[in-house]
Design a protein around this ligand. Structure first.
Ligand code: ATP
Length: 418
């Protein structure tokens, strides 16, 4: 018996292994054709799209609500010229259930929005109400802004930020270390070349503990990505390599490098004059873009989607306006969220608490009156000027509502009769 076994087992094993290999090889050869044709030498087991379809049945985010097996199958074997896949794009929305308004997908490069248009268009329609054949307008003419002066009894400070990405490079979700270092040097050179503006660049990896504490105390520090939503799309890789903050000598203008996008440009002003803050913002952004073009680079932008950003939530203008505003009554009212929604403002407001204090504007403060940080919501389909003008009107209405409630008036009447 032993003799028989010894003589046959190796033969059987050999035969089974050979057949298995042939079967497996044939399966592989057939299934890998599209990849080989695309110049990708892929030696891993390759499964059909139906086997790789993610389980997003319990996820609430926009990507998850729009992804179907057929759509996934159509996009699964595509690659952008840089090699970014649909699986790379949607991983964050698979790993994170998210809220109803969380986009659940990111771009890895400018081409992502073209190659995976079928999915991104659905996300963009749901997030922005912006259709695939709509066009986006850019308008940064600050002279068009009207009535930008807020009531100084309420508004303590204004922040305006936008995003710019350098054309030809992958976005932070997908760039290599070398690309990220190149991007840093292009942007830092542009910032040091700004006309009539002087500032300092702080590379995060070179920051001392004291400098980090000082920047945090001045609310200028760039936090390390820590949220699972950020980590699932690779934003924490190599941190803090090539990350840094540029701040102008007046501590009003700042640029944040290589976090979610190549650069975030922000103006933070302890003022209640939005027109003047918007003017500073426009000058800063225009000056920056000029310096990028002077190096023969350009920013990612097109007629359909405006400025290209990693997260589709920021597309278009990538603009976010926010004010810190005293709302003693409304901040304690559960209807504030509904009011913000009605005013087309972001519902994720931040109550900074009764002891909130900004140096220099302490004279305007009343420690019994909590300060709320309220921001704009629209980025795409309206120009920067239109968004800013609408924001002014919304903040003025918010102030009016606060006054109404403080004087014993009814917020419901305000809410339901605009
Ligand atoms: N009006 C304001 N005055 C002073 N600081 C502000 C004001 N608005 C926002 N900030 C602060 O600026 C910082 C960045 O703001 P935020 O968290 O909104 O991030 P963002 O990068 O602009 O946007 P997001 O991460 O939501 O896409 C936060 O510390 C916030 O508290």
């Amino acid at each position: 018996m032993y003799k028989t076994l010894l003589s046959k087992t190796p033969l059987r094993i050999f035969a089974a292994a050979t057949c298995g290999c042939i079967v497996y090889q044939k399966y592989d050869e057939i299934k890998q054709q599209p990849l080989i044709a695309a110049g990708i030498n892929y030696s891993r087991r390759f499964y059909p799209a139906s086997s790789e379809y993610p389980d997003v049945s319990r996820n609430r985010n926009i990507m998850a609500r729009n992804l179907t097996k057929d759509l996934y199958a159509r996009l699964r074997d595509r690659r952008t010229p840089n090699g970014f896949t649909i699986d790379d794009a949607i991983q964050t929305g698979i790993d994170n259930v998210g809220t109803f308004s969380f986009t659940g997908a990111v771009a890895g490069d400018e081409d992502s929005y073209k190659i995976y248009k079928e999915l991104f268009d659905k996300i963009i329609v749901e997030k922005h109400g912006f259709k695939p054949d709509d066009t986006h307008q850019t308008d940064l003419d600050a002279s068009k802004i009207q009535n930008g002066q807020f009531d100084s009894d309420f508004v303590l400070s204004i922040r305006i930020r936008t995003i710019r990405n350098i054309k030809g490079y992958c976005l932070p979700t997908f760039c290599t270390r070398g690309e990220r270092r190149d991007i840093e040097s292009i942007i830092v050179k542009a910032l040091y070349g700004l006309e009539n503006l002087k500032g300092t660049y702080y590379a995060l990896k070179e920051l001392s503990q004291d400098e980090e504490t000082a920047l945090s105390n001045q609310e200028l520090m760039m936090p390390r990505p820590y949220h699972p939503i950020e980590l699932s799309c690779n934003l924490g890789r190599d941190w803090p390599d090539s990350r840094g903050i540029w701040i102008d000598e007046n501590r009003t203008l700042a640029a944040y490098l290589n976090r979610r996008d190549h650069v975030v440009l922000a103006v933070t002003d302890k003022s209640c004059d939005l027109k003047s803050t918007f003017t500073k913002f426009v000058d800063f952004v225009g000056n920056f873009e000029q310096q990028i073009r002077a190096q023969k680079w350009d920013v990612m932008c097109n007629k359909h989607l405006g400025y290209i950003t990693t997260d589709p939530k920021d597309l278009g203008t990538a603009l976010k306006l926010s004010v810190r505003i005293k709302l003693p009554k409304l901040s304690q009212d559960s209807r504030l969220s509904a009011l913000l929604k009605m005013l087309n403002l972001s519902q994720s407001y931040k109550v900074l608490g009764e002891n909130y204090n900004i140096e220099e504007s302490a004279d305007k403060q009343d420690s019994e009156h909590p300060v709320v940080e309220v921001s704009s919501k629209v980025t795409l389909g309206q120009s920067e000027v239109q968004i800013t003008q609408a924001f002014i009107e919304s903040i003025n209405k918010l102030i009016e509502a606060e006054k109404t409630v403080s004087n014993g008036g009814d917020l419901d009447k305000f809410l339901y009769h605009k």
